[in-house]
Ligand binder design. Structure first.
Ligand SMILES: [Zn+2]
Length: 634
C-alpha cells in the first residue's frame, strides 16, 4: 500500500548531510602560534575579539555581474572591550582594500594606517588597522576578487533563466572573502546593507527587508536586527521571483523553478509551527527559502530568515523535505544558540539533526522516524571505521586544520544520538523542557561545549538523581568512537529487516525481481535496499532492474545517486551515460565527491572522469571543484 508518508519521507536519506553535506578539503597551513595574531577560543580567526569587538556592520556594495565583483564600503561599529586598545584586527582573504578611515564621533573621517599580516592560505591575511583613542567606527573601502571563495558567479548559460546569478556561502570561514570583518562564530553583530545590482536582477539577503518583487532601481536595502555570527552572512543576486506559502513563509527561485518549488515546499508553514510547539517562539520574523541553481555545493545552508536550498531536493513528490526541516531547525540550534568555534560544531549540527528528526516524527510518525534513524546509524558506524582516532569524537581539536574538516558525519549523527540517549535516560518530557529552557537561556549567544556542560550539570544531571551522570556524558563527548552506551538506543526498523530479507532471497535466486514488494516501500526502504547491494550487481541484472523500476531516470536524486554508484561498480553503460549528464549538471558535493572518488578508484573510470570533470568544472562552485580534484588526484 502506498503510505501517505512515503513520498514525504523520502528525503532523509541524507540525514547526515543536510545542511552541510560537505566534504572536508585538504589540509592547509594554519598559522603557527608565533605567527598568530589573534587569541582566544577560535584558532581560525585572527580577530582579537577579546579586546575590540564588532557590534554592527553597515554594508554598501555594487554588484558587477560581468567583472564578478562586489565593491563599495563597509562601516564597522565597535565595542571596545579593552578600553584604550589601539588596534583592530580583521580577517580578510583576497580582498582589494582601497582605503581605511576612522570615523570620529562628530562624523568626520580620519585616515588611519593599516597593513596586511602574512598570508595563511585558506585563513587569508589579518588586516591590521590602527585604532586611535575614542574611535568606535571604522570605514573600509574595498572590492572582492572574481575568485572570492565565498561567492559563486554564474553566467546566463549556467542558469535556468538565462540570466547571471551570484550566491554566497560563508560557512565556515568564507565571509572574509567578501567582507573584511571578525570572521568567527564567537562574535555576533547586527547589520544593515544597501546593495545595487543590474536592474533586470533582484538582490536578496539572509536578513529582514527582502522584496517580494523586483524594483526598477536595482537598489535593495536590508537589515538584520538580531545579532548573527559572520558565517550566516548571505547574499544572492539573480532573476528571482517570490511566491507566498503561508503568512510567514515563502519561496524565492528563478521563474522556471518557482511553481515546482512552491508545490514541493507547501508544508513549510506547518513545519515552522511544529518547531515552535517543540522549542519555543521562532525569533526571526519571516522564514523563506531560496532555491539556488544546481551548482550549489550543499543540500542547504541555514542562512537566517532565508535558507539557501539545492534544487536537487525537488523530487516532485515532497519526498526530500527532511532537508528543509533541518535548515528550519537551525533557526534554534545554530542560529539562535551558536557554536563559538568549529570544534564545537556538534552543538549546531547534533542538536539540529535531533530537532529535524522530531519535526519529521511530528509530520509523519514514529515508524518513519525509525527508518531515518536507522539509515543514519548505519551510515555513521560505517564512516567511523574510516576515520582517524582524533576525528571519531564529538569535541575535536581543529587547531592547525581547515575548519572545513569539522563537517563530517560525527558531529551530525553522533551528536544526534547523544541527544537521543539523553532523552532516553531522562524521558522526553523532561528533555523537551530542558531544551526549551536551553534555547531561551542562550538565545543569541555563541557558546562552547564547556558552557553547555555547566548548564547541563545544573539543569539536567543534578536533578536527574543518577539517571544521567557526568562520566557518561564525557564518554560521548571526549572519548573516540561510539560509546557502549549508544546501544541503549540503537534504532530498530522492522521495515528494513523486511527489505534485508527480500534482498537476500532475491540475490540467492529464491525470489524473482517481480516478487519484491516495492509498491509498499518508502523511499528510505529503497535506499536501504540499494545500499545493501554495494558491489553485488552486474550490468545484466541492473538492466533487468531498470526495465522494471526505471531507476536510471529517477527524479529522486538520493535514489538516483545510489543507482549511479552501483552503475560505476558494475560498469553499467546506461548508468554511466546518466552519470555524465548528472556530473555536468549537479555540483552538490555530497553526490559529486563520492562519484568522482568511485570513478578514480575503478580500473577503467579515472581518465573518463577527468575528461568529464574538465568539461564540468567551470560550472562548479570552488568547493565542489576542490573536492573533486582531490578525489581524482589532480
Ligand atoms: Zn546543518
Amino acid at each position: 500500500m502506498k503510505s501517505p508518508f512515503r513520498i514525504a519521507l523520502a528525503a532523509l536519506v541524507s540525514l547526515v548531510v543536510v545542511a552541510c553535506d560537505r566534504d572536508a578539503p585538504p589540509q592547509a597551513l594554519t598559522p603557527t602560534p608565533e605567527h598568530r595574531i589573534g587569541v582566544g577560543i577560535d584558532p581560525h580567526s585572527f580577530a582579537e575579539f577579546d579586546r575590540v569587538r564588532i557590534r554592527h556592520v553597515n554594508l554598501d556594495l555594487d554588484a558587477n555581474m560581468r567583472a564578478r565583483t562586489l565593491s563599495g564600503h563597509v562601516v564597522l561599529d565597535l565595542d571596545r572591550v579593552e578600553p584604550g586598545f589601539q588596534r583592530l584586527v580583521l580577517d580578510s582573504r583576497d580582498l582589494d582594500i582601497r582605503d581605511v578611515n576612522a570615523i570620529r564621533p562628530d562624523g568626520r573621517y580620519l585616515p588611519v594606517s593599516w597593513r596586511f599580516g602574512a598570508d595563511h592560505g585558506h585563513l587569508g591575511r589579518p588586516l591590521v588597522i590602527v585604532l586611535p583613542a575614542g574611535i568606535e567606527q571604522v570605514r573600509i573601502d574595498y572590492a572582492t576578487s572574481p575568485e572570492a571563495f565565498g561567492l559563486q558567479w554564474l553566467d546566463g548559460e549556467q542558469t535556468s533563466s538565462g540570466r547571471p546569478f551570484m550566491f554566497s556561502q560563508s560557512q565556515p570561514h568564507y565571509a572574509r572573502t567578501w567582507v573584511p570583518l571578525q570572521d568567527t562564530p564567537a562574535v555576533r553583530y547586527t547589520f544593515e546593507a544597501t546593495i545595487r545590482s543590474p536592474r533586470d536582477l533582484m538582490v536578496v539577503m539572509g536578513a529582514a527587508g527582502n522584496a517580494f518583487e523586483r524594483n526598477d532601481t536595482g537598489e535593495y536595502r536590508f537589515a538584520m536586527p538580531e545579532p548573527i555570527p559572520s558565517y550566516l552572512m548571505a547574499i544572492a543576486i539573480g532573476d528571482l521571483v517570490f511566491e507566498e506559502i503561508g503568512p510567514r513563509t515563502g519561496v524565492y527561485a528563478e521563474p522556471q523553478w518557482i511553481e515546482r518549488a512552491v508545490a514541493e515546499f507547501g508544508v513549510l508553514e506547518e513545519m515552522l509551527e511544529i518547531g515552535e510547539n517543540l522549542y519555543g517562539e521562532y525569533r526571526w520574523g519571516r522564514y523563506d527559502l531560496l532555491v539556488l541553481p544546481p551548482s550549489f555545493p550543499f543540500g542547504g545552508m541555514e542562512n537566517p530568515r532565508l535558507s539557501f536550498i539545492t534544487p536537487t531536493i525537488i523530487a516532485g513528490d515532497g519526498s526530500l523535505l527532511a532537508l528543509v526541516a533541518h535548515e528550519l531547525a537551525h533557526s534554534w540550534s545554530g542560529n539562535l544558540v551558536t557554536n563559538a568555534a568549529w570544534r564545537d560544531l556538534w552543538l549546531n549540527e547534533g542538536f539540529t539533526v535531533y530537532f529535524e528528526a522530531r519535526i519529521m516524527e511530528a509530520l509523519y510518525g514514529s515508524e518513519i522516524r525509525d527508518q531515518l534513524a536507522r539509515l543514519s546509524w548505519d551510515g555513521l558506524l560505517e564512516s567511523l571505521e574510516g576515520l582517524d582516532e582524533r576525528d571519531r569524537m564529538l569535541v575535536r581539536d581543529l587547531f592547525d586544520r581547515d575548519p572545513e574538516q569539522a563537517f563530517i558525519r560525527v558531529p551530525y549523527d553522533m551528536g544526534r544520538f547523544f541527544l537521543d540517549w539523553i532523552e532516553h535516560r531522562v524521558g522526553r518530557e523532561t528533555f523537551d523542557a530542558f531544551l526549551r529552557a536551553y534555547f531561551d537561556h542562550f538565545a543569541f549567544q555563541s557558546i562552547t561545549t564547556e558552557d553547555f556542560l555547566v548548564y547541563l550539570e545544573e539543569h539536567l544531571i543534578e536533578p536527574s538523581d543518577g539517571a544521567l551522570t557526568r562520566a557518561e556524558v564525557d564518554q560521548w563527548l571526549f572519548v573516540p568512537g561510539m560509546p557502549e552506551l549508544a546501544w541503549e538506543i540503537e534504532p530498530q526498523s522492522d521495515a528494513f529487516v523486511n527489505v534485508d530479507d527480500w534482498r537476500e532471497r532475491w540475490l540467492a535466486a529464491e525470489a524473482e525481481l517481480g516478487d519484491l514488494p516495492v509498491d509498499d516501500w518508502s523511499v528510505f526502504q529503497w535506499q536501504h535496499f540499494l545500499v545493501g547491494l554495494e558491489g553485488r550487481l552486474d550490468a545484466e541484472t541492473m538492466a533487468d532492474m531498470d526495465a522494471r523500476f526505471g531507476l536510471v531516470e529517477q527524479q529522486n536524486y538520493e535514489i538516483l545517486f545510489l543507482w549511479l554508484m552501483r552503475s560505476i561498480e558494475a560498469q553499467y553503460a546506461p548508468g554511466i551515460e546518466r552519470l555524465e549528464r548528472f556530473l555536468l549538471e549537479v555540483g552538490r558535493n555530497k553526490f559529486t565527491r563520492p562519484l568522482y572518488a568511485a570513478l578514480a578508484e575503478s580500473d577503467w573510470g579515472r581518465d573518463w572522469a577527468i575528461e568529464v570533470f574538465e568539461r564540468a568544472r567551470l560550472g562548479y562552485h570552488p568547493l565542489t571543484r576542490q573536492a573533486a580534484e582531490r578525489a581524482l588526484g589532480i
